[in-house]
Design a protein around this ligand. Sequence first.
Ligand SMILES: Cc1cc2nc3c(=O)[nH]c(=O)nc-3n(C[C@H](O)[C@H](O)[C@H](O)COP(=O)(O)O)c2cc1C
Length: 194
Amino acid sequence: MDSVSICEIPVVPEVHPAVLRRRSPMAFDADAEIGDAALDTILDAARLAPSAGNSQPWAFVVGRRGDGVHARIVRHLAGSSARWAPDASAIVVNLARVLVEDTDWEYSEFARYDLGQAVAHMTLQALSIGFDAHQFRAFDRDAVAVEFGVPREWEVTSMTAFGVAAPGTVAGVTRERRSRDDVTWARARGDERR
Ligand SMILES: Cc1cc2nc3c(=O)[nH]c(=O)nc-3n(C[C@H](O)[C@H](O)[C@H](O)COP(=O)(O)O)c2cc1C
């Protein structure tokens, strides 16, 4: 291997600790605060995500618990997410740019794919500075769009609650994963490679 990696490579390949630790907590510590610098860093991780043709089809509405934006977001949560999301330190609304302005042309066939990737970057970045993240869809999408004057070329896609999991918190409703074999449709291993 003649390329130089900027990451330290473990002797035995292993899943990154942040990936292993990541979970979607169902309860957050309502006293945990998140500072501006931490939020900046999380947003920067999103900005640095790859996207098709570098189209960067994402935008975010950021509400910190106790501020006006947060209050405007919380108003539109569904009953299920209203039970836990408002206690998180911040709620971020994730928007995808789906249309070219003033047209019905698709902005990018990968808009939602790229947004998801940016959000994944945010969740791992958050973990690395001490914050858990729980993405969710349980809210009124149209009402959020009206609340924040979202133009029609943007879609309010999902939200992420960032915060510190409450002690003893169980993670999401379902955490079972499909096996590696089940998610791998074709692969040659070891000696099978030609
Ligand atoms: C796009 C998306 C939408 C989701 N919507 C909800 C939701 O509305 N309510 C909820 O409690 N969790 C929601 N989740 C969290 C998933 O249920 C959770 O990621 C999954 O059960 C796996 O658990 P884990 O994240 O703890 O590994 C959502 C996750 C994603 C990525």
